[in-house]
Ligand binder design. Structure first.
Ligand SMILES: Cc1cc2nc3c(=O)[nH]c(=O)nc-3n(C[C@H](O)[C@H](O)[C@H](O)COP(=O)(O)OP(=O)(O)OC[C@H]3O[C@@H](n4cnc5c(N)ncnc54)[C@H](O)[C@@H]3O)c2cc1C
Length: 424
């Protein structure tokens, strides 16, 4: 390590520092300081401690977008197709996340959750989830009768439920901070306020222009979340997927009524859209929220319903794949839109799970924007998708459960990078 860099590392011993007028060379640059980029960077420093690494994050802090605006659930892995990356990395990642939180003092609780069938016609799908979960290696799954459900969640109601005892909750914004601290401790750099504005790929290196400095690097890993497709196009590539943003809104249960929910109460999902269906989550800090729904967002990082960005909107609406998805799934979109504009519809969805909930128990809560990759052909990309080009790896599709799975994703991506670039 150069003396100049050693001195700077002492200065940048924690995430959040910014640098002016620097021109540096690295072995690898990670674009995006969300939970996935940080997990990848941490794994690189863990496996290849001598590598010169930088994480470039455009915001003033790490974890300010999807990673800091989610439900905070450590998912167990019951929903995902056996053999998929989501199934494998979620199951492995959930165990690793619990261990990480325990080791590093990040708040967490393994509280379990119930997936509740509210009518007999949902039973085949509930049984299918039990089979999927078992096939994926999720431990301790058990069917509950209505009476057993009430022992676990006294205010929930249904014809049966699946108990998923290993589900937990944590604070992923805190996990991000801890990842960044560990990267800095291992000699990596996390540069915030460093938006990547331009990418020039040369024969032996890639040049990244940021707001404050120029970074030269041998390899780039694109973990830019809602902007991963745009980063790819910035590098002159033509990805066959586009990220379409979907905003999810939450309500909070008022503290006096939070006793209605002990842990997590979920509906039986449509297997094609496991992330849909409003549910209750008791957060790691004790409050209970309900939601989120999912609506097309007119701004990639727009957290309020009126937020609008012309470029983001035009890109979504002129992408042929978007209209093919809309044509196929318009009915589901209509239901979600209804829940977004009508509190009564939102509450009706929740009352199927917990009949005592009333509209006055709910106050508007936070929101988050999901990055969902859509293929040009009009398919929602279901599994995690990591794509390799000559000098870059792109993580185009890392939606839920990517926060849960982040440590395992880090392992899988670094394995891929090591193979592609001959590391080690
Ligand atoms: C509403 C909601 C609820 C969810 N609930 C859960 C859950 O309970 N459990 C779970 O496991 N997962 C959940 N998820 C999914 C999970 O939050 C995401 O999969 C995960 O956070 C993705 O992480 P990321 O690092 O890819 O993206 P992000 O956190 O969005 O990070 C990408 C980063 O890239 C940066 N960036 C973008 N462009 C540039 C640029 N040009 N230059 C530099 N930096 C740039 C951004 O500022 C951002 O910080 C949920 C997601 C949402 C939206």
């Amino acid at each position: 390590m150069s003396l100049q860099k050693a001195a700077r590392l002492r200065l940048s011993g924690r995430a959040g520092c910014t640098f002016a007028n620097m021109n540096d060379s690295y072995d690898v640059a990670v674009i995006g300081g969300g939970i996935v980029g940080l997990a990848v960077a941490r794994e690189i420093k863990r496996r290849f401690p001598r590598m010169e690494l930088v994480v470039l994050e455009k915001e003033v802090r790490v974890g300010m977008h999807q990673s800091g605006h989610n439900s905070g659930v450590i998912h167990s892995g019951v929903y995902y197709k056996p053999g998929s990356l989501k199934a494998k990395l979620c199951v492995a990642g959930a165990a690793a996340m619990v261990e990480f939180c325990r080791e590093h003092g990040v708040p967490f609780a393994v509280c379990g959750k119930v997936i509740v069938a509210t009518s007999d016609d949902q039973m085949p799908r509930l049984r299918n989830l039990l089979e999927r979960g078992n096939a994926n290696g999720v431990l301790g799954l058990r069917m509950l009768s209505p009476e057993q459900l009430r022992e676990f969640e006294p205010h929930a109601s249904g014809v049966a439920a699946l108990l998923v005892p290993g589900t937990g909750v944590t604070d992923y914004a805190k996990v991000c901070e801890k990842y960044a601290e560990l990267i800095a401790n291992q000699g990596g750099e996390v540069r915030t306020s460093s938006k990547v504005l331009g990418i020039r790929a040369g024969e032996s290196e890639t040049v990244l222009e940021t707001e404050k400095h120029t970074v030269r690097t041998r390899a780039v890993i694109n973990c830019a979340g809602l902007f991963s497709d745009r980063i790819s196009r910035m590098a002159g590539e033509h990805p066959d997927v586009q990220v379409v943003p979907f905003r999810g809104e939450y309500y909070d249960l008022v503290p006096e009524r939070a006793r209605l929910v002990k842990t997590l109460i979920y509906p039986v999902p449509d297997p094609r859209f496991p992330f849909l269906g409003v549910h209750f989550t008791r957060r790691v800090h004790g409050n209970v929220d309900a939601g989120p729904n999912a609506m097309l967002a007119f701004k990639r990082e727009g957290y309020r319903s009126g937020d609008f960005n012309l470029r983001d909107t035009v890109e979504s609406l002129t992408f042929p794949g978007f209209w093919r998805v809309a044509g196929k799934h318009w009915r589901m979109g209509k239901d979600e839109a209804q829940r977004s504009v009508s509190k009564a519809s939102f509450v009706a969805g929740l009352q199927r799970l917990v009949p005592e909930v009333r509209a006055e128990d709910l106050v508007p809560g936070g929101s988050g924007v999901r990055a969902q990759a859509i293929h040009r052909s009009g398919e929602l990309v279901d599994d995690f998708q990591f794509t390799q080009t000559k000098r870059m790896l792109h993580l185009y599709n890392v939606p839920s459960p990517a926060a849960t799975a982040s440590i395992a994703i880090g392992g899988a991506v670094v394995e891929m990078a090591a193979g592609v670039w001959g590391w080690g």
